[in-house]
Design a protein around this ligand. Structure first.
Ligand SMILES: Cc1cc2nc3c(=O)[nH]c(=O)nc-3n(C[C@H](O)[C@H](O)[C@H](O)COP(=O)(O)OP(=O)(O)OC[C@H]3O[C@@H](n4cnc5c(N)ncnc54)[C@H](O)[C@@H]3O)c2cc1C
Length: 394
C-alpha cells in the first residue's frame, strides 16, 4: 500500500471532526468569546446566574442544541453536544452549566418519560422559557444515593412528597425539577422512583443558597418539600424505576462533565501558552525555558487525551454499548483530573499574576475542582471502573 492509500484509509476512520461539528465548534467559540467572556469576572464576583446571557444562548440555539428536533431541539450528535459544553467551559464553566444542568435535569424524562411527558416539558426547556434541575442528593445521601430519605406516598391521583434535597444546581432558578424519592419504606434498589416536579406545586420551597469556591455563576441551593402535592401522572416510568433511571442519567451526563473538564483545561492552557510567549524574564520569553515548556507540553498532552476519551465515551453511551458506564466514568474521572492538573499548572506558568484576579486562570482553577466532585466523585468513578474491569470489559 502506498503512503497515500494508507492516509486515505486512515481518513475514513479519522479522529477528525465532521464539517458540521467543526462549524458548531466555531459558532460556540465565537459566542463564548464575544458574549460570555466579557461578563465572566463579574458573574464570578457577584455569584449570580446571568439571565441575560442565558436568554442570548437560548436565542442563538445553544440551549436547545442537545435535544431532538421533534421537541424543539437542534438535534446535535453526542460529539457535538460535548463540543458545545467544551467550548462554553473553555471560557466559563459556570455559564456552560446553563446548558449542562438542563440536560442533566431533563435526562430522566428523555430516557424514561412517556411521549406525553416529553411533549409537555421538553419544549419549555428548549425554548429557553424554563430551566430544569436534577434533584438526587440529600444531606445523608451523596455518593451513596440509596440513603435517600425523601418519601413519596400515593393518595388517589396525587403523590404527596416530603423531604429535603441538598446541593441542587439551579434549584432556585428552575421551574421544572426531576426529583428522586422513595415510594416504598423498604431498603433496596426497587424502593426509589423519579418524578417531574413543577415549581408551582403546593409545598415546594427553596432553602438556602450555597456560597461556593467555584462555578459561582451557577447557583446551588436546597429544595424543601413539605407535603408537596404533584399529579400521579408525573411519575417517570414505573414506581421502583428510580435507581435505574438515576444510573442511566448519570451514564449519559458523565461524558459531559468530562467535556467541562476538557474545556476549562483548554481555556487555561490557551492563556498559559500565550502568557509564556509574552512574559520575559532573564531577557527572554519564559516559554524559552525548558521547565516551562515541559509544563505546557504535559498540559497539552493531558487535554488532547481527555478530549478523545470524552468523545469516545459520548458515542459509546449514545450507542448503548455494553461498556458505556465504564467509558462514562473513565471520561468523567480523567476529564476532571486533567482539569484540576492543567488549571493548577496554568496558575504556575503565570506566576504571581496567575494568583490574582487580573487573569482568569485562578477562576478556572477554582471552577475546575467541581468536576472531580459532582455527578459522582472521582473516587466513586474509580469504583465503577474497577467493577467493570473485574467483569472483563476492555
Ligand atoms: C456545586 C455542586 C453542585 C451539585 N449539583 C447537584 C445537582 O444538581 N443535583 C444533585 O442531585 N446533586 C448535586 N450535587 C451533589 C454532588 O453530586 C455530591 O456532592 C457528590 O455526589 C458527593 O456527595 P457528598 O457531597 O455527600 O460527598 P460524600 O459522599 O460524603 O463523600 C465525601 C468523600 O468521601 C469519598 N467517598 C464516599 N464514599 C466512598 C467510597 N465508597 N469509596 C471511596 N471514597 C468514598 C468521596 O469520594 C469524597 O471524597 C452538587 C454538588 C455541588 C458541590
Amino acid at each position: 500500500m502506498t503512503n497515500q492509500a494508507v492516509l486515505k484509509e486512515l481518513e475514513g476512520s479519522t479522529f477528525q471532526l465532521t464539517e458540521e461539528q467543526r462549524d458548531i465548534k466555531q459558532v460556540v467559540r465565537e459566542f463564548a468569546e464575544t458574549v460570555i467572556a466579557p461578563r465572566s469576572a463579574e458573574v464570578d464576583e457577584t455569584a449570580k446566574f446571568p439571565w441575560d446571557v442565558y436568554k442570548e444562548m437560548a436565542e442563538s440555539g445553544l440551549i436547545s442544541l442537545p435535544y431532538p428536533e421533534q421537541y424543539g431541539g437542534g438535534g446535535a450528535d453526542p460529539v457535538m453536544e460535548c463540543i458545545l459544553v467544551e467550548e462554553l467551559s473553555r471560557v466559563d464553566l459556570s455559564v456552560a452549566l446553563a446548558c449542562g444542568v438542563n440536560t442533566l435535569g431533563s435526562q430522566p424524562i428523555m430516557l424514561g418519560g412517556t411521549e406525553e411527558q416529553k411533549r409537555k416539558y421538553i419544549p419549555q426547556i428548549t425554548s429557553g422559557e424554563k430551566l430544569c434541575a436534577f434533584g438526587l442528593t440529600e444531606a445523608g445521601a451523596g455518593s451513596d444515593f440509596m440513603g435517600i430519605k425523601t418519601r413519596a406516598v400515593k393518595k388517589g391521583d396525587k403523590y404527596i412528597i416530603n423531604g429535603t434535597k441538598l446541593f441542587i444546581s439551579h434549584a432556585n432558578l428552575s421551574e421544572i425539577v426531576t426529583v428522586f424519592a422513595k415510594t416504598s419504606p423498604e431498603p433496596g434498589l426497587k424502593s426509589l422512583s423519579c418524578f417531574i416536579v413543577d415549581k408551582s406545586s403546593p409545598g415546594f420551597k427553596v432553602g438556602k443558597t450555597e456560597h461556593k469556591l467555584g462555578i459561582r455563576g451557577s447557583e446551588t441551593a436546597e429544595l424543601i418539600f413539605e407535603d408537596m402535592e404533584i399529579p400521579a401522572e408525573n411519575l417517570i416510568g414505573n414506581e421502583g424505576a428510580g435507581w435505574k433511571l438515576a444510573m442511566s442519567t448519570l451514564d449519559h451526563s458523565r461524558p459531559g462533565v468530562g467535556a467541562q473538564g476538557v474545556g476549562v483545561a483548554q481555556g487555561a492552557l490557551d492563556f498559559a501558552f500565550k502568557y509564556a510567549q509574552e512574559r520575559e524574564q532573564f531577557g527572554q520569553p519564559i516559554g524559552n525555558f525548558e521547565a516551562v515548556q515541559n509544563m505546557l507540553v504535559k498540559m497539552a498532552m493531558d487535554v488532547e487525551a481527555a478530549r478523545l476519551l470524552v468523545y469516545k465515551a459520548a458515542v459509546s453511551v449514545c450507542n448503548d454499548n455494553r461498556e458505556k458506564a465504564m467509558y462514562a466514568s473513565l471520561s468523567k474521572c480523567y476529564g476532571g483530573d486533567v482539569a484540576m492538573r492543567v488549571t493548577t499548572d496554568a496558575v504556575q506558568v503565570l506566576g504571581g499574576y496567575g494568583f490574582t484576579k487580573e487573569f482568569p486562570v485562578e477562576r478556572m482553577m477554582r471552577d475546575a475542582k467541581i468536576t472531580q466532585i459532582y455527578e459522582g466523585t472521582n473516587q466513586v468513578q474509580r469504583m465503577v471502573i474497577s467493577r467493570h474491569l473485574l467483569k472483563g470489559y476492555k
